[in-house]
Design a binder for this molecule. Structure first.
Ligand code: 5GP
Length: 192
């Protein structure tokens, strides 16, 4: 790998964390604080949009057929079935284009996706966002009220598995106080 590739590859960041830990809020705040200083990867998903979500900004909302087409054409850096329900994946092209422009790239993906990216881009820096406690995670999930009780149980089960994998990550950040978590992430990405 030449120097140029090395520099670009070192700027790929993966953020993971259990459901309701506040990844979306942390990433949203990072975008507000450091607009246009990094590229936030927009995933494709087969899930239905939630109220307020914007096509091409929150996600690219696609059908199963379209998603499969992206996989078949080699256009996905990684993809996974999340919460045993919907497909989510990272389109590779915008990530590589941003890296070529010298921008740090942030992927907010699940554990499965993280492992896939690590396998093909081992130099990527991985960060796991932790809740202050298990009780607090449950409180945040139930409190946001966007999922049915059945869906909450499914997500908590996934969260248990995800928390058990925290040692695979390069760095842990506890999302106790939002501003502190954002600062820690910004520092890690070389933005601060
Ligand atoms: P949500 O449905 O709440 O937006 O996202 C559910 C989960 O999908 C989150 O844990 C999120 O990290 C994961 N996710 C979002 N985009 C991607 C992606 O491109 N790839 C993978 N593997 N997971 C993703």
């Amino acid at each position: 790998m030449d120097d140029m590739n090395n520099r670009a590859a070192a700027r790929l960041f993966i953020l993971c964390g259990p459901t309701a830990v506040g990844k979306g809020t942390v990433v949203g705040s990072l975008c507000e604080r450091y607009p246009s200083q990094f590229y936030l990867s927009v995933s494709a998903t087969t899930r239905q949009p939630r109220p307020g979500e914007v096509e091409g900004k929150s996600y690219f909302f696609v059908s199963r057929e379209e998603f499969q087409g992206l996989i078949d054409s080699g256009g996905m850096l990684e993809w996974a079935e999340v919460h045993q329900q919907n497909l989510y994946g990272t389109p590779a092209k915008p990530v590589d284009e941003a890296l070529e422009r010298g921008l740090p790239v942030l992927l907010e993906i699940d554990l499965d996706g993280f492992r896939q990216v690590k396998a093909v881009r081992p130099e990527a820096h991985s960060i796991f966002l932790l809740p202050p406690s298990w009780e607090e995670l449950k409180r945040r999930l139930i409190g946001r009220g966007t999922e049915s009780t059945e869906e909450q149980h499914r997500r908590l089960e996934t969260a248990r598995v995800e928390l058990a994998a925290q040692n695979e990550f390069d760095e842990l950040i506890v999302n106790d106080n939002l501003a502190d978590a954002v600062s820690a992430l910004a520092k890690s990405m070389g933005l601060a």
